[in-house]
Each structure stands twice: as structure tokens, then as C-alpha cells.
Ligand binder design. Structure first.
Ligand code: HEM
Length: 208
């Protein structure tokens, strides 16, 4: 049996995926004016935007292994072209949430006090890792267009886009280092990023 998406199903799946991506933002915009963000709204905004940015980054890293799996499975081969563009879409969506997350920290947490921010980044390892992840996402977003791909050339572009894995590792460390006590989710996310990185290493070795 072949898993060929019926006509219109691809568009429906795209719409569902975009709705899922926009839902955390919509909920935030719904809860904020209604005062439903708890006793510490700034912390709640930071946590929600950070978690969404990380989940979308992990989903974007999962796209290449999923696409390869689909392409090598006779019954799912036709799903591969639908899956492929989601690497960029999910990466840019992660960047958008990371911008909200970082802006919350820059503006609401630190009132744009650059010396306080630099002190935090230098002294608190979770902030160092968060900033490293954000810097990687900025480079990836700035070079994500077709025009950037043409300008840089395929091999250089691909080398730069390996930063997605560095962003995943830095975001994993950021989440692990800021979590208090024994929490399962940061470890689960770190394990997920590590497994996606491992599939990348295995693929690179198979090429030699
Ligand atoms: C400018 C860089 C960043 C700074 C300064 C920063 C700062 C913070 C702060 C202050 C918190 C809340 C800590 C707490 O109240 O316990 C946090 C949480 C978090 N951040 Fe970041 N962050 C940055 C970038 C990122 C990026 C790029 C990602 C993911 C791609 C990310 C993912 C997370 C996650 C998953 C959480 C925890 C959410 C939760 O516990 O539900 N952060 N970050």
C-alpha cells in the first residue's frame, strides 16, 4: 500500500501544522489581557515562549531524518516532498518564538540594561547557553532564504546550517541548567536532541 497524500490533504496538513505553531502565541495573546498568566506574568511569558521555541527547534531537527525515512520506505515515499519544506518553516518559527523569549528577557526582565544583561550572560551558565542558542538561530534565520543559498553556495550554506545542531545542544544545556530539582522534561528534551544529533553523525559517517 502506498501512503500517497490525496489531493487537498497536503494543504489541509499544512494548515493544521501552521495552526499548531500559532496556537501558543494565540493562547498567550488571549491570556495576557485577561490576567491569566499567574502571579508572575513575565516568568510565564518567558517559560511559554522558551518551551515553544525549543519544541519547534527539535521538530525542525527531526525533519531530515523523517524525510530520509519516508524516502527510503516504499509505502511513504510520496510524503517526503511534503515533509522537506518544514525544516525551514519550523526553524524560522522557532526563531520567531526565540525572539519573543529573548525580547521578554531584554525588555521586561532587564529593562534593556546592557551591563546587567552582560553580567548575567557572563555569570550564569544557563544565560550563556541561551544566548549562544539565540545567536545560532539568528545566523540560521539570516541565511535561510534562497537568495542566501545562491550567494553563499551550497557547500558553505550547508556548513553554516549545521549550526542548527549547535543551537539544539545550547538550548538543551540552557534548559537543563535553569531547571530546578529533578525534572524529567529537560532531560527528555536533551535526550531527543542528542538522538537527532546522533542520526546526523551516523549519516555523515555513511557517506565516507
Ligand atoms: C537571549 C537568549 C536567552 C535568554 C537570556 C534566555 C533566558 C531564559 C530565562 C530567564 C528563562 C526562565 C528561567 C526561570 O524563570 O526559571 C528561560 C527559560 C527557558 N528558555 Fe530561554 N533564554 C534564551 C534563549 C533561549 C532559546 C534560544 C531557547 C530555545 C530555542 C530557549 C529555551 C528555553 C526553555 C525551554 C526554557 C524553560 C521553559 C520552561 O521551563 O517551561 N531559551 N530562558
Amino acid at each position: 500500500m502506498t501512503l500517497a497524500p490525496p489531493a487537498g490533504a497536503g494543504r489541509l496538513a499544512n494548515t493544521a501544522a501552521w495552526l499548531a505553531i500559532a496556537t501558543p502565541l494565540a493562547l498567550l495573546l488571549y491570556d495576557l489581557p485577561a490576567g491569566r498568566l499567574g502571579a508572575n506574568p513575565v516568568e510565564e511569558i518567558t517559560l511559554r515562549t522558551g518551551m515553544t521555541a525549543f519544541a519547534l527547534l527539535a521538530a525542525s531537527l527531526a525533519i531530515t531524518p523523517l524525510r530520509k525515512l519516508a524516502a527510503s520506505t516504499a509505502s511513504a515515499r510520496q510524503l517526503a516532498p511534503w515533509i522537506a519544506p518544514w525544516r525551514r518553516r519550523l526553524g524560522l518559527s522557532s526563531f520567531a518564538y526565540a525572539c519573543l523569549h529573548a525580547t521578554t528577557w531584554f525588555v521586561l526582565d532587564h529593562q534593556l540594561d546592557s551591563s546587567a544583561m552582560l553580567e548575567d550572560i557572563a555569570e550564569r551558565r544557563f544565560a550563556t547557553a541561551g544566548m549562544a542558542a539565540f545567536a545560532c538561530l539568528c545566523v540560521l534565520a539570516a541565511t535561510s532564504s534562497q537568495a542566501a543559498l545562491r550567494r553563499l553556495g551550497g557547500p558553505t550554506w550547508r556548513r553554516i546550517h549545521r549550526l542548527a545542531y549547535a543551537a539544539g545542544v545550547a538550548a538543551g544545556l540552557h534548559f537543563l541548567w535553569l531547571s530546578k530539582g529533578e525534572q524529567l522534561l529537560p532531560w527528555a528534551m536533551a535526550l531527543l536532541v542528542a538522538s537527532l544529533l546522533a542520526t546526523r553523525v551516523v549519516r555523515a559517517r555513511q557517506k565516507f
